[in-house]
Design a protein. Structure first.
Length: 285
């Protein structure tokens, strides 16, 4: 496959410096390497012989297990990206429907194409703002999923209020997010975070924001160690998917190693990786 302009060296550099370029390039690279689009989030370690895709599926399953039995449920994924995770839920957990919502219309269009190709008719995708999901009716979902997306949202209290609004009473919410450690970051890191629309919160900020909604936290888990181990377990990530061409392979592997190094630096020095699960109560806050 001949790389497009966005998959060139210049495109990969732009991906490291801009959120929009990053997700577009990652979607393209996953399709190039694996032959189809895949979930684009961090891996979670379970076994030493796992591929990248297995590690990513582990993380999704960790989150879904907090939601309980989804058979016959209406599920919403907020920040669905290319929609592949929503399709994973639809094909493995037996829900009646899965709605994927993303701010980027290009992601929604891509998700629609993939779902059509896979003949997944219990999925639907919508371009909307996680902080103002006005297209969705009150109390219309049994479960809401949010993985590695909320740290981009400037107004997290508004997002949590919207989750509480669209959940049915007794409905469940699970969120996996990258949180900030109490530390001082240099100006260069802060500038980079702004370029990537990274708006990290502290754990207590989330706990306080949850407490001001109808969402009662049931479980909170720091899974940083398993995610770090998942990144360190990268030796077999591409064993079944050889990258064609020595120059192209070198370029992609260099980009991959740089991204892994960046994520490991942040997870060791700047951030932690948490999962919150909550239930919607009928109490007035």
């Amino acid at each position: 496959m001949t790389p497009s302009t966005d998959r060139s060296t210049a495109g990969l550099i732009r991906a490291a410096l801009s959120l929009g370029d990053y997700h577009r390039i990652m979607n393209d690279l996953y399709e190039e390497v694996f032959g189809e689009h895949q979930m684009v989030h961090f891996p979670y370690y379970r076994r030493a012989d796992e591929t990248l895709l297995e590690g990513q599926a582990n993380l999704t399953n960790v989150c879904l297990d907090y939601l309980g039995d989804l058979s016959g449920s209406d599920v919403l994924e907020v920040g669905c990206g290319n929609g592949v995770q929503s399709m994973f839920v639809a094909s493995t957990r037996g829900p009646r429907s899965v709605t994927g919502l993303d701010l980027n219309p290009a992601n929604v269009a891509l998700a629609d194409r993939i779902a059509t190709r896979k003949s997944l008719f219990n999925t639907a995708f919508l371009a909307s703002d996680a902080q103002d999901m006005k297209e969705l009716a009150d109390e219309s979902f049994d479960a809401v999923l949010n993985v590695e997306s909320a740290f981009h949202y400037p107004d997290k209290p508004a997002f949590l209020r919207e989750v509480a609004r669209v959940l049915k009473p007794g409905g469940r919410f699970v969120m996996a997010d990258i949180l900030m450690k109490p530390n001082r970051r240099g100006r260069l890191l802060r500038m980079w975070e702004r370029r990537l629309s990274q708006n990290y919160w502290f754990p207590d900020s989330y706990r306080n924001a949850f407490a001001r909604t109808a969402l009662r936290i049931e479980h909170e888990a720091d899974i940083t160690a398993a995610v770090v181990k998942g990144f360190k377990n990268r030796g077999g990530w591409f064993r079944d998917h050889p990258i064609q061409g020595p120059v192209r392979r070198t370029l992609i592997m260099t980009f991959m190693r740089a991204q892994v190094a960046r994520h490991l630096y942040y997870l060791k020095n700047v951030c932690t990786y948490h999962v919150f699960s909550a239930v919607k109560t009928t109490e007035t806050r």
